[in-house]
Design a protein around this ligand. Sequence first.
Ligand code: HEM
Ligand code: HEM
Length: 197
Amino acid sequence: MPPHPPAGQIPVWDRFVRLFHWGVVALVATAFLSEDAKSLHIAAGYGVLALVAARLVWGFVGTRHARFADFVTRPRTILAYLRDLRGGHARRYLGHNPAGGAMVVLLLALLLGTAGTGWLSETDRFFGDDLVSGIHAALANLLMVAIGLHVAGVLVSSLLHGENLVRAMITGRKPASVARQPEHEDRTAAGPRLHPR
Ligand code: HEM
Ligand code: HEM
């Protein structure tokens, strides 16, 4: 992230969040495609475990929109957001919106659960245990469903507000305002600038 982003652009996703995201995408894809190539599968799975562990720490000490406090909200807030979304007037957030934040928590939990049970299935204690392998496979399937919903959510949100959220996860920056910013100004847009790290 350059020290001075272009005018009208706000740094939102720091370098760690972006590396984490695309790193996880690459490793999870590798894990799914390498079920039969065990050492590659296991290496990719351990990589996921390491990235998620680092992300959990970053959720407490990272930059503004990377912190859990910025996007983990009460169920009531998530439901209200989903109602607004259905009515076509969900407000724009610079960081994760309340539903997106809930999905991030679910994705992190499923990543941890899938890679964790994969690791357990390789320990002396649980090697060859059908239950652990079964849970590993079931969590991997749930993860796949959650990823589908996550990508759908990203597309819906991008279309609704006329902004490219995928590009933002690459460059780290979002426009301060967008064409379709229904009803409310984004209260975070006018807030203090994030200091790039
Ligand atoms: C293996 C598949 C994927 C996983 C496990 C995954 C997981 C995640 C996680 C955990 C976050 C939160 C980032 C953070 O705060 O650290 C996130 C955000 C995001 N992901 Fe993914 N992701 C996946 C695939 C994708 C794909 C294919 C796309 C592109 C279409 C995508 C686009 C995004 C975007 C745009 C955000 C930011 C959302 C926002 O603006 O609130 N993800 N993803
Ligand atoms: C997010 C990371 C991971 C994903 C998405 C993933 C996904 C999968 C999937 C889809 C299968 C096939 C299940 C079936 O039989 O239908 C599988 C099998 C397996 N995985 Fe993973 N895995 C991950 C991490 C790991 C890790 C970290 C390890 C070990 C250290 C591991 C070890 C295994 C083993 C040994 C099998 C085959 C035997 C069995 O069914 O238990 N996986 N994994």
